[in-house]
Design a protein around this ligand. Structure first.
Ligand code: SAH
Ligand code: SF4
Ligand code: F3S
Length: 469
C-alpha cells in the first residue's frame, strides 16, 4: 500500500480562485504531485487571469479544464488517466470545452499525449506556461497545441501567483526550478529540466507582499533548495547562497515564519544550520530524504552520500539545532535491494528518529538511469512487505516522539478550524507538527498562540491554551 501524503501526493485537490466570474471565460484546474506543481498552478492562474480567464470550482461550467500532472510514480500517472475519463464525460456534454494537460506528465509524454488521449487539446510543459494564452487561442480555432520546451532561464520571477484555495495564512514561494542531481530512480530531471535559481529580490518582495496581506508563513520551494545560488548576471558581485536567502526572508518580520523544502543531504551546509539557529522565525524542521539506509543501494541510486555521511549530517543537525525535527522520504525495494539493505533502512529510521516520513515502493520510470541500468528485480510481495515494515516502524517512532511532547508548551501558528470540529483550531508548531486545540476568544487564523500539549497520536498533537482564558 502506497501512503498518501500531503507533500508529494495531495492527489485530487482542486484549486479554486475568484468565483465572481460573470462575463469572463472560466478555467478549472486540478493539481497532482509535489508542492512545486501546486505552486505552478498558481502561476498558471495568474497568467490566465491576465488573459481574462477566471477560476471556477465547477467542472461543468468551465470553458477550459486543466490538469497539472505528476510522473513521479506509475500510480501518479494512472490517477491522471482516470481523471481524464471524467473530463471526457464533461466534454461530451459540453463539446466546446478545452482540455489541457500541464506539468511533468505533459513533459514526459509530449506529442504522444495527443495521440493517446483524443480529448486533450493542449499539452504544456512546466517551463512553457507563458505560452498558454497563445496555445488556448489556437485551440479555440481548432488546432491542438503542444509546447514542452524546457528552459535554462525561466523562473517566472516576475509573475505574482494567484493564491488559489488559500487559507490566507500559509503560502508557497518557488525559489528555483529543475534539478541537476540525476538520482537514478527519479524522473524529475527529465520533466523539469536543468536547475536554475530565481533572483532573491523578487523572492523577498513576494514574501514581503504576502506578509503585508496577512500571511504569516512562507515555504521556500525547490527540488534541492540547498543548492540555491544566484549571482547578478555579468558581474562579479558575491553569490547569494541559500543561507543568505533564508536570512533575507527571515529579516522581513519576526512574525513571518519561514519553512523550506526539500533539502538534499549532500548540500545542506553548516551555514544553513547556523542561520536557522540565529532566527527564531526560521522553523526548526528539516525534510532530509534518506531514500535508503544502505550505502550500496545509495550508490546505485546515485545519491552521492553514503550511510556514515548521512548519519554525520543527522548528528550535526542535532548538535547545532537540538529542537529541530527531521523527516524523510524512503523508497522500499529499489533495484538489487537485499534483505540486509532493507534492515539498514530500518536501523537508519531508528537512528534518525524521524518525526515522519513519506514512504514509497520503488516504481520504475521510463528513461531514468535506473530503468536503463538496473533490473527492477525485487518481487512485488517483498516490496510490499518491506514498505509495510518501514511504515509500521515509522508510525511507532512518530508516536513515541509525539508522546515526548506531552507537557511541553509550543508556539503554534493558527491555520484555521480543525477538520473534526469548529470548536477547535488547528495549527503547526515550529517542528511542523500539527496541533489541535480548543478555540479561545480573541484568537483567529494567522495569530500565534502558546499551546501546552496534553495528548498525542502518531500524526497529531492535542493541547490547550497555555494561558488560561
Ligand atoms: N527533490 C526531492 C524529492 C522529489 S520526489 C529530493 O531529492 O528529496 C519525492 C520523493 O519521491 C523522492 O524523495 C523519492 O522518495 C520518491 N520517488 C522519486 N522517484 C521515485 C520512484 N521512481 N519510485 C518511488 N519513489 C520515488
Ligand atoms: Fe529527483 Fe534526486 Fe532531483 Fe530529488 S534530488 S528531484 S530525487 S533527481
Ligand atoms: Fe511529480 Fe513533477 Fe513534482 S514528477 S513530484 S510533479 S516535480
Amino acid at each position: 500500500m502506497e501512503q498518501q501524503t500531503i507533500l508529494h501526493d495531495r492527489q485530487g485537490e482542486v484549486l479554486t480562485g475568484d468565483l465572481s466570474a460573470k462575463g469572463h471565460k472560466k478555467f478549472y484546474i486540478e493539481s497532482y504531485g509535489c508542492q512545486m506543481n501546486f505552486s505552478d498552478s498558481e502561476i498558471v492562474a495568474s497568467i490566465l487571469q491576465e488573459s481574462d480567464y477566471r477560476a471556477t470550482r465547477n467542472l461543468e461550467e468551465a470553458d477550459l479544464i486543466l490538469i497539472n500532472t505528476c510522473s513521479i510514480r506509475e500510480k501518479a500517472e494512472e490517477t491522471v488517466r482516470k481523471r481524464l475519463r471524467v473530463f471526457e464525460k464533461t466534454k461530451s456534454t459540453n463539446p466546446g470545452t478545452l482540455v489541457g494537460v500541464l506539468g511533468c506528465m505533459a513533459e514526459r509524454l509530449k506529442q504522444k499525449f495527443l495521440e493517446e488521449e483524443r480529448l486533450v487539446d493542449l499539452v504544456v510543459g512546466p517551463d512553457a506556461y507563458r505560452d498558454l494564452p497563445m496555445l488556448i487561442a489556437g485551440a479555440e480555432e481548432g488546432s491542438k497545441g503542444v509546447n514542452v520546451f524546457l528552459s535554462r532561464e525561466e523562473t517566472y520571477a516576475d509573475i505574482s501567483p494567484v493564491r488559489l484555495d488559500s487559507n490566507g495564512v500559509t503560502a508557497f514561494i518557488s525559489i528555483m526550478r529543475g534539478c541537476d542531481n540525476m538520482c537514478s530512480f527519479c524522473v524529475v530531471p527529465f520533466t523539469r529540466g536543468r536547475e536554475r535559481s530565481r533572483d532573491p529580490f523578487s523572492i523577498v518582495a513576494e514574501a514581503r507582499d504576502l506578509f503585508a496581506r496577512g500571511y504569516r508563513e512562507v515555504t521556500l520551494l525547490g527540488q534541492n533548495v540547498d543548492s540555491y545560488k544566484w549571482q547578478r548576471p555579468d558581474t562579479d558581485e558575491a553569490v547569494h547562497t541559500f543561507a543568505d536567502l533564508l536570512a533575507a526572508v527571515a529579516e522581513i518580520d519576526p512574525l513571518l515564519r519561514i519553512r523550506f523544502s526539500t533539502s538534499h543531504p549532500k548540500d545542506i551546509t553548516d551555514d544553513v544550520l547556523h542561520t536557522m539557529a540565529n532566527y527564531p522565525n526560521i522553523c526548526k524542521y528539516i525534510h532530509l530524504p534518506v531514500q535508503s539506509g544502505s550505502s550500496t543501494v545509495l550508490q546505485r541510486m546515485n545519491r552521492t552520500y553514503d550511510r556514515p555521511w548521512y548519519r554525520e549530517k543527522i548528528m550535526r543537525i542535532r548538535e547545532l539545532l537540538p529542537e529541530c525535527a527531521i523527516s524523510s522520504d524512503i523508497i522500499a525495494g529499489f533495484c538489487g535491494e537485499l534483505e540486509e539493505d532493507h534492515q539498514d533502512t530500518l536501523s537508519m529510521i531508528e537512528f534518525a528518529r524521524y518525526s515522519m516520513s513519506y514512504m514509497f515502493m520503488y516504481s520504475e520510470r521510463p528513461g531514468t538511469l535506473a530503468a536503463k541500468k538496473y533490473a527492477d528485480d525485487v518481487p512485488d510481495v517483498d516490496k510490499k512487505r518491506r514498505l509495510q515494515e518501514i511504515i509500521t516502524l515509522q508510525n511507532r517512532i512518530s508516536l513515541e516522539e509525539n508522546q515526548k511532547d506531552i507537557g511541553k508548551t509550543y508556539e503554534v501558528l493558527i491555520e484555521g478550524d480543525s477538520k473534526r470540529s469548529a470548536d477547535y483550531f488547528k495549527g503547526r508548531n515550529s517542528q511542523n507538527k500539527m496541533v489541535v486545540f480548543p478555540k479561545i476568544k480573541g484568537k483567529s487564523p494567522g495569530d500565534y498562540m502558546h499551546v501546552t500539549i496534553t495528548a498525542a497520536t502518531s500524526a497529531t498533537l492535542k493541547g490547550i491554551s497555555a494561558i488560561p482564558s
